[in-house]
Design a protein around this ligand. Structure first.
Ligand code: G7M
Length: 325
């Protein structure tokens, strides 16, 4: 199908000229970069405008942080804070920045957010029992303070979307730290279970199937009722390894672009977990407890050294033949 360019004179682009841009509709948006493609007309000509903030250069980022005109904190769960911010040029309009703050940040936070080399590891049941379990048992309780503060109603109480009160089967649904509740395509919720007995998906048993199903149903009902988003638009998944060893489920809109934590290897669909539990033997360890997990691990991760010593790192020992080289 041919779609010839209309023959018009030279189009001159100036800030003044753009003031007459009339938007027709949004064509697409990136939840990752916050950029938008808008269709409209410019001097009666159809025009597509892609608008995106320029990538911040590190020197400018610090300057921007020092000179903000206004800041509104919408999540406070010390040391974690999420805010909307206004840079100096836009104090009276909608916030042009979403700033997340960790303060006071620990050495572990610093390592977590530092660019680092990552390697594939293969975690068998034996490696779990000899390396990972010790790591989880030694996990500093204070790192879970934010979770307990939410479950106890001491933090983020006004953000709770749903709460089922029960020692064994209770859970809460609330917006994740990463979501500012402005764009539905970026919807990101977290479900925290009440029980402290499930530290990771390896601890799930057949007995947890009703809990997992009731989480699913409550998420679908809550998201539909509060945000008008249908269950066929949601991805429910669980991390392995997670950052926090208190069982929780991630709920993300399928239009949301990939966070690193949504990649295969780390993200496990909740439905797959339920299915594997259903297929597990009636008694004894579940398939989830016994299976091997393969995932990338950063060299700064607390598990890395132990995994390396236990031989869990996948070795790059493929011999390249002369022809292939
Ligand atoms: O990687 P892991 O599966 O452990 O993910 C933990 C999730 O909890 C991430 O999606 C975080 O963004 C989210 N999260 C972390 N903190 C510290 C908070 C918090 O203080 N409040 C809320 N609402 N979510 C958090």
């Amino acid at each position: 199908m041919s779609d010839p360019l209309p023959s018009v004179g030279p189009v001159v682009i100036t800030a003044e000229g753009l003031s007459s841009f009339t938007p027709t509709r949004k064509l697409s948006e990136s939840t990752l970069t916050g950029s938008i493609y808008v269709l409209g007309t410019l001097n009666d000509l159809p025009a597509i405008i892609h608008i995106q903030k320029t990538v911040l250069e590190s020197g400018n980022a610090a300057k921007l942080i020092n000179t903000l005109e206004k800041l509104e904190v919408f999540l406070e769960n010390q040391p974690y804070f999420s805010t909307h911010a206004w840079s100096p040029s836009t104090p009276d309009r909608s916030p042009d920045l979403q700033i997340k703050i960790i303060c006071p940040a620990t050495e572990i936070h610093i390592k977590k957010y530092s660019a680092q080399e990552r390697y594939m590891v293969c975690e068998t049941k034996e490696i779990y029992e000899t390396v990972v379990q010790d790591y989880i048992n030694g996990f500093d309780e204070s790192r879970l303070a934010w979770v307990y503060a939410i479950l106890d109603g001491k933090k983020e109480a006004d953000r709770i979307l749903y709460r089922k009160q029960d020692e064994q089967d209770g859970f809460v649904i609330l917006p994740d730290l990463k979501w500012d509740q402005t764009s539905m395509n970026a919807l990101y919720l977290t479900v925290l279970v009440q029980t402290q007995s499930i530290r990771s998906l390896r601890d799930l048993t057949k007995a947890h199937i009703p809990l997992l199903n009731s989480i699913k149903q409550a998420v679908f009902d809550t998201v539909k009722q509060k945000f008008g988003v249908g269950q066929n638009k949601l991805r429910l998944f669980v991390h392995y390894q997670p950052s926090y060893y208190h069982f929780h489920v991630h709920v993300v809109h399928i239009q949301s672009e990939s966070f690193a934590g949504m990649l295969v290897g780390q993200a496990h669909m909740l439905d797959d977990l339920i299915s594997l539990l259903e297929l597990s033997p009636p008694s004894g360890p579940s398939i989830l407890a016994q299976k091997t997990y393969t995932y990338p691990l950063g060299v700064e991760h607390g598990l890395f050294k132990g995994m390396k010593e236990a031989g869990a790192l996948i070795i790059d020992d493929v011999e390249v033949s002369k022809e292939a080289a």
